[in-house]
Design a protein around this ligand. Sequence first.
Ligand SMILES: Cc1cc2nc3c(=O)[nH]c(=O)nc-3n(C[C@H](O)[C@H](O)[C@H](O)COP(=O)(O)OP(=O)(O)OC[C@H]3O[C@@H](n4cnc5c(N)ncnc54)[C@H](O)[C@@H]3O)c2cc1C
Ligand code: SF4
Length: 330
Amino acid sequence: MREFGYERALDVPGAVAVAVADPDVRFLGGGTNLVDLMKAGVERPGRLVDVRELPLDRVEPTPGGGLRIGATVTNSDLAAHPEVRRRYPALTQAVLAGASGQLRNMATVGGNLLQRTRCGYFTDVSKPCNKRVPGSGCPAVAGEHHNHAVLGASDHCVAVHPSDMGVALAAFDAVVTYETADGPGELPLADFYRPVGDSPHRETALPPGALVTGVVLPPAPVAARSRYRKVRERASYAFAIGSAAAALDVRDGTVTDARLAFGAVASRPWRARAAEDVLIGAPATGETFAAAADAELAAARPLPHNAYKVPLMRNLVVALLTELTEEATR
Ligand SMILES: Cc1cc2nc3c(=O)[nH]c(=O)nc-3n(C[C@H](O)[C@H](O)[C@H](O)COP(=O)(O)OP(=O)(O)OC[C@H]3O[C@@H](n4cnc5c(N)ncnc54)[C@H](O)[C@@H]3O)c2cc1C
Ligand code: SF4
């Protein structure tokens, strides 16, 4: 491992000033992804600025009736928070579906959103990878891609974003807040991750040196009836091969409101707006749910070894929405 500097951030402006002045600085949350990547030689920061003692560790109500979640709230504390459990249950379920208890005790909200892909070529420095070394190529397209993207990818990169938490946040219109040398800013989660295009190494729309300070969830009554479902290759402690967060309001057999987002199918948590458009106003039946999934998955461009994800996501959506409908009409 290379030598690197380490310091604890004492306040937000101080942390930002250090990062803006030196592009070799990385913020350290729980370190559960960054330190692994440093050991593998994928990340080679000159200095780490530990943000865990910044006063960003609270989950608080917003004046508008939503919730503000600080960037250093741990995954465990977020999942256990009574207001999250009551008002956004799919978020609790998504967080608890990720990693292990020990990791969730360390991992932070900011770090979870900014964790890097698990693509095996990205984490192996002996291989080319456009995301790690721009212009070096993407061996996954013709190689190992069974858990890669079917939506929104490009020939330059077909990696998926691994976060479970992000999928629920995407379904609920979360807004990421950040701080730069020029002051505070915010990005809807829908705009937080950049489209892959020909520059997969540029993953987010954050300005250079920006510190993520938190996530704001707007009020969403429909979210109180929400669920997260994750498909993985073993029952626990594994990343998703497909997942979905959904919320549904059903009145007199008709869908009156719906939220749907997919995980492990794209370079970012994927808000399924085409599916939502089919759902809202339609009868809450299996046929509608399948049509909604088909509308979203019409844009899928699978590769030879990940085509299974298209029927997997269709079945997952139908099962999840059927469960939510049964719950709503019970
Ligand atoms: C074995 C294993 C299994 C896992 N399984 C899952 C899973 O099933 N689902 C899932 O979602 N995740 C899973 N994870 C990933 C885990 O959730 C992430 O490693 C974790 O959420 C990252 O949070 P962290 O605070 O440790 O981030 P760190 O490792 O500290 O940082 C990650 C990145 O975020 C940046 N960063 C951190 N905080 C900030 C901030 N406030 N502002 C700006 N940049 C910041 C860092 O510079 C770094 O680039 C797994 C991890 C492991 C090791
Ligand atoms: S899919 Fe993306 S991360 Fe994986 S090898 Fe290709 S460019 Fe790298």
